[in-house]
Design a protein around this ligand. Sequence first.
Ligand code: SAH
Length: 343
Amino acid sequence: MNYADLTENEISQEIVKLGLPKFRGKQIFDAIINGQSLQEISVLSESLKLKIQDFYPKYEIFKKFVSKDGTKKYLIKFEDESIVECVLMSYKYGNTICVSTQVGCRMGCAFCASTLQGLKRNLSSGEILGQIYLVNRDNDGSKKNRQITNIVLMGSGEPLDNFDNVCKFIELISAPEGLNISKRNISLSTCGLVDKIYQLADKGLDISLTISLHATTDDERKKIMPIANKYSIKEIVDACDYYFDKTKRRFYIEYTLIKDVNDSEDDINRLVELFAHKVCHINLIMLNPVKERKLESIDKKQAEMFCKKLNALGVSATIRRSMGQDISGACGQLRNKFVRDKV
Ligand code: SAH
């Protein structure tokens, strides 16, 4: 058991079981949200700290990199020495944090650094929360003075491959007594685990759904995304329709433009067929360089043409601004420490 995975009430119950007064539960809960280590909590006595030390979270910021554009990448270290990356991006409307949901990833997408070493393990809900608490604090935030407005589950890992912990994370981060980030400001990005998309819709969590599509035919998709062997594009789109019917929330398609793979006129036409009549938006992403990968990006002008043609044919699409590329903090560049140290 770790307190970071628990609600305020659940911590209080555990505290009472230890023979301690219930109000200590709230103090501990607030300290976790404020990103404090156990040593830093001044309202608790040393003897009390000894009693709870096995259950108090022990994650920490291991390293921090700041990009020319102000984007910050953090390496977060957990108790078992596993390291994940998360990224904070500042926009006019607020700060968005991109968090990891797994150490590594087992989806095997051909363009992505996160999957190079496979999956090491799932993160607990508390470990996903911890990334936010620590980064909020590092940016002078606290529970009362929250510096993070939006969350995207787009770091390393496939969130729907860690379904239960991710759902619990969403409940905890949006709880009024927690950091209280609205579910509407949370986006989950998936390579398309269709059965889990249906489950997510049925749970009634009001979050934004984003699909990493990256191809317009199943054959092409299979070449770059192994998950395409399991689910077809049609099955994914049907699941998105179901998600929309349940939540009435516009869904998003991510489409990373890769030279000679998915950038043809036929691709444009197929995107139009698939999405022009739907309540969705396509985020076009410029392929970010990953050393070990041979795939090439198209140039910015070509991407702009691709986008313009989609718009002219009735598809809502924009090119996503790439941030933090110089610190390997952009889409697809996050990896785990074990790989990072070797390159
Ligand atoms: N597993 C989830 C979350 C990862 S999100 C998913 O597949 O959606 C990261 C987003 O960046 C995904 O859309 C992913 O396909 C995209 N991406 C991965 N590698 C990339 C790269 N090298 N350049 C640009 N985008 C990339």
